[in-house]
Design a binder for this molecule. Structure first.
Ligand SMILES: [Zn+2]
Length: 491
């Protein structure tokens, strides 16, 4: 057992009694918003002595309380109290007959429960640690100069990949195009993701490698932006980005695992002990390798993408399967795009930009298409998490979950487990839809950080539209469950 003492112990459960024994250290299926129910302590009652220690046995918190109380509990469990008198000594390892306690002196620091990030992208995060970061650029010229600098450090002809550009932060907030890239970096294929990862800015070299030219039709759910003469501008949106991104060489599996291990260290250093990972099969393989090598040090719940569903069904992948460390989550589908890229699906149009008129955003999948995919997954015992940012997208997604009610109930019975569907982001909601999250038992998976970073995008929202925006207080008041995450590395 280990005793962490001389600490200020905080939990997120002000209603729970102090010094309540036995609670598992972390519930892998729960995120921050729903961990408190079984959490063991509180310091809110000032008549009680504040807990200053935690007694831990393996992965289990045995009790939280004062050091003296916990030594009593430890001694009782060891069937002798004889050695209690010798317990103590800051930083010392205290030995009780039949029971070894490592006492760790926390030096008065605050101990918080581990954070679970309800929506993060581990593989993209790993990539972002090696890719070019354009998030601090203030102009197109600055971004292009950084791309040239990176290209110079690589052999001619290799891909230059980066992310983070945000025209809304540039001096001249016009969309970039390939003209300047073609002129300054003609000797490398270039692919730069926008901050929200919904738009790819590519040069002619990259488009050529991908076999995309003026005659290439737009795929459904995405587009190759063209100028008035029908020439490709180099901007690629939503599902069309896959047609370019698939030519970017991937790291080997070994490299990927090492990158993931580095990313895990970073997450742990920031207090994360669990994540809900939305990077599909690449993350699944990476975490599996770490798990098998005994190198997985945080709890991970995995979400798949739609092309992976046949594989999931064939291999019998069901939501909730796995162990305490690595668990099957659900299927992630996309209803729309993102606000910054003007691709979130809204009920009223975006203001005109660069000749775009009557742009209501993009419905990546129709309501019927979403229903069809969600139906297949749910019937196979896989819950569904649907990305929806615009109010119209959220409306469609709630309709889908409404239509899925009976199928969901049948799957819960068949697989003997809860199937909790989720909406990812739920940024703009029609006021009449707020209560439906609670009625349908759908989790709202939200990222408070988006609210701050979207402040400069408010001009994109039609002022006359009645919208509940970033409305977690309204959702909570309506009885809905809210899950918080970062959406890293997007933020
Ligand atoms: Zn995301």
């Amino acid at each position: 057992m280990r005793l962490f003492s001389n600490a200020v112990v905080r939990t997120f459960a002000p209603q729970a009694a102090s010094n309540t024994p036995a609670s598992t250290a972390s519930d892998p299926s729960a995120s921050n918003s729903d961990t408190p129910a079984a959490a063991p302590t509180s310091t809110v009652d000032f008549m009680q002595p504040a807990p200053d220690a935690i007694l831990v046995d393996g992965e289990t918190i045995v009790a939280v309380g004062t050091r003296a109380e916990l030594l009593d509990i430890a001694a009782a469990q060891s069937s002798t109290t004889a050695a209690l008198a010798s317990a103590g000594g800051v930083g010392a390892t205290t030995v009780i007959p039949g029971l070894e306690i490592d006492e760790i002196d926390c030096g008065g620091q605050v101990i918080l429960p581990g954070f679970v990030d309800g929506h993060i992208h581990s593989i993209m995060y790993a990539d972002s640690l090696t890719d070019l970061d354009l998030s601090q650029t203030k102009s197109l010229a600055e971004a292009v100069a950084l791309i040239r600098e990176r290209a110079d450090s690589l052999p001619v002809g290799t891909w230059v990949v980066g992310s983070g550009w945000d025209l809304n932060k540039w001096e001249d907030p016009s969309y970039p195009d390939r003209t300047l890239l073609d002129e300054i970096v003609p000797d490398h294929p270039v692919a730069m993701w926008s901050l929200d990862l919904h738009t790819l800015w590519a040069n002619a070299h990259a488009l050529e490698i991908a076999g995309i030219d003026e005659a290439t039709p737009d795929p459904s759910g995405g587009s190759f932006v063209r100028d008035d003469d029908g020439q490709l501008t180099g901007l690629v949106r939503e599902d069309a980005t896959d047609l370019v991104a698939r030519f970017i060489p991937e790291p080997s599996r070994e490299e990927q695992v090492e990158r993931l291990a580095t990313t895990q260290e970073l997450f742990l250093s920031q207090g994360l002990t669990g994540i809900h990972d939305f990077d599909g099969i690449a993350a699944t393989l990476g975490w599996n390798d770490l798990h098998e090598a005994g190198r997985q040090d945080m709890r991970v719940t995995l979400f798949l993408r739609s092309p992976e569903v046949p594989w999931a069904i064939e291999t019998g992948w069901h939501t909730g399967d796995g162990d305490d460390w690595l668990q099957c989550g659900g299927l992630k589908l996309f209803s729309d795009g993102a606000l910054g890229s003007h691709t979130s699906h809204m009920s009223s149009p975006f203001p005109e930009t660069d000749g775009e008129t009557e742009n209501f955003g993009i419905a990546q999948m129709t309501e019927d298409e979403l229903f069809e995919q969600a139906h297949i997954a749910t019937e196979a015992g896989i819950s569904v998490a649907i990305h929806a940012i615009g109010d119209q997208a959220n409306h469609h997604v709630l309709e889908v979950f409404d239509r899925l009610r009976d199928i969901t109930r049948a799957a819960e019975e068949k697989f003997d487990r809860p199937m909790r569907h989720r909406v990812e982001h739920a940024q703009f909601i029609q006021p009449s839809d707020v209560a439906r999250f609670a009625e349908l038992g759908v989790l709202a998976s939200m990222q408070p950080r988006h609210c701050i970073s979207d402040l400069h995008l408010l001009h994109l929202i039609d002022e006359s539209a009645q919208l509940a925006a970033y409305a977690w207080p309204d959702l909570l008041a309506a009885g809905a469950q809210v899950v918080f995450g970062s959406d890293g590395p997007v933020e």
